[in-house]
Design a protein around this ligand. Structure first.
Ligand code: NAD
Ligand code: IPM
Ligand code: MN
Length: 355
């Protein structure tokens, strides 16, 4: 098969973890007899520095055409003085998610056995943790009207019922393939959008009698996630809460550098479901350019791209096994207690795939 996808390295550690992921993809393609056709395009600060908009139309056009996107990260201090849609985050990442209708963002949290003694939490609390956060990605406060007026500043938060319903359906469908439990997280004691969220989720739940549904308020959830992480199966939540809770989930997994993500659309008119795959971490300006970034999250995102956008399950599994083998062997970066560079980790994983 020809694996044709759009590669958006972006900023900071994005190109570093991206290069490691490309090395791994090349190895797996060679092993399984595929060709790799990566369309490399600018996004974010890198595009701004090249005199382009944060999301050049040629970059978007490639994403739209291939329908499979591997993204590093965007943003950083160099572009922090910019305002509104001139910023990498607001001018590139959010419009890309919105224009491709990538409303379902899936972020897994299943700590590796080899890392159980490395995470800040005790092994007996972590053992058996295996949940997935289903984050709504194209609505809520991120996409409401924002601005300044005489009184100050505002960010409007809106959700429509269909927007809540479609992400809830994905979460319940996923729960049916797992331990049949959905925890919906909101702030319905204060927010009207959360009250709509809760009502809508309750209504969707009636279609899934086998699935157990519980509701938790987001403030309490931050505590429950750390004190009893094994309790959760599918966590369903809105855009901003999902952003915050998944950085917290990375603590359970030992590092920001190990959690991948997939953002998916519904099938388009041409029958294609679009997928964008990116680590949950950002451009990590504090370690950028030093070869210190852990490429696992980006490599695992590439594996998800193979599985979900190209149906290459054996290839994805081969990458995931190679990542775990590297971890067990101690072929890891400093955040996981190792001494390898980003590219060395990529090479160690690629080599396991070609051996
Ligand atoms: P961050 O995720 O970039 O970094 C948070 C901390 O985690 C830092 O100490 C960093 O060194 C560490 N870290 C992150 N990824 C790591 C990796 N792969 N290996 C080892 N350590 C890693 O978050 P931040 O510092 O708050 O944000 C920096 C910039 O990234 C901001 O401009 C933000 O908007 C942007 N950002 C972009 C994305 C994205 O493009 N998807 C996601 C999050 C943040
Ligand atoms: C993420 C990031 C983004 C988000 C930012 C960079 C807009 O933090 O993907 O987790 O908040 O969605
Ligand atoms: Mn985030």
């Amino acid at each position: 098969m020809n694996i044709n996808f759009t590669y958006l390295p972006g900023d900071g550690i994005g190109p570093e973890v991206g290069a490691a992921a490309l090395a791994v993809l090349s190895a797996v393609a060679a092993q399984f007899g595929h060709t790799l056709e990566a369309e490399d395009h600018l996004i974010g600060g890198a595009a701004i520095d090249a005199g382009e908009k944060p999301l050049p139309e040629v970059s978007f056009g490639s994403c739209h055409r291939t329908g499979a996107v591997l993204l590093g990260a965007v943003g950083g201090p160099k572009w922090d003085h910019l305002k509104g849609a001139d910023r990498p985050e607001l001018g590139a990442l959010l419009p890309l998610r919105k224009r491709l209708n990538l409303y379902a963002n899936i972020r897994p949290c299943k700590p590796y056995e080899a890392l159980l003694d490395r995470a800040p939490l005790k092994r007996d609390r972590l053992e058996g943790t295996d949940f997935v956060v289903m984050r709504e990605l194209t609505g809520g406060i991120y996409f409401g009207k924002k601005g300044r007026d005489a009184d100050g500043a505002f960010d409007e938060c809106r959700y429509s019922e269909p927007e809540v319903e479609r992400i809830a359906v994905i979460a319940f469908d996923l729960a049916m393939t797992r331990r049949k439990k959905v925890t919906s997280v909101d702030k319905s004691n204060v927010l009207e959008t959360s009250r709509l969220w809760r009502e809508t989720v309750e209504r969707v739940a009636t279609r899934y009698p086998e699935v157990e549904l519980e509701h938790l308020l987001v403030d309490a959830m931050t505590m429950h996630m750390l004190t009893r992480p094994t309790h959760f199966d599918v966590i369903l939540t809105e855009n901003m809460f999902g952003d915050i809770l998944t950085d917290e989930a990375s603590v359970l997994c030992g590092s920001m550098g190990v959690i991948p993500s997939a953002s998916l659309s519904d099938a388009r008119d041409d029958g294609k479901t679009v997928g964008m795959y990116e680590p949950i971490h950002g451009s990590a300006p504090d370690i950028a350019g030093q070869g210190k970034a852990n490429p696992f999250a980006m490599i695992l995102s590439a594996a998800w791209m193979l599985r979900l956008s190209f149906g290459l399950d054996a290839e994805a599994t081969a990458i995931e096994s190679a990542v775990e083998a590297a971890l067990v062997a101690g072929d890891v970066t400093g955040d996981l207690g190792g001494s390898l560079s980003t590219s060395d980790v990529g090479a160690a994983i690629a080599q396991r795939l070609t051996a």
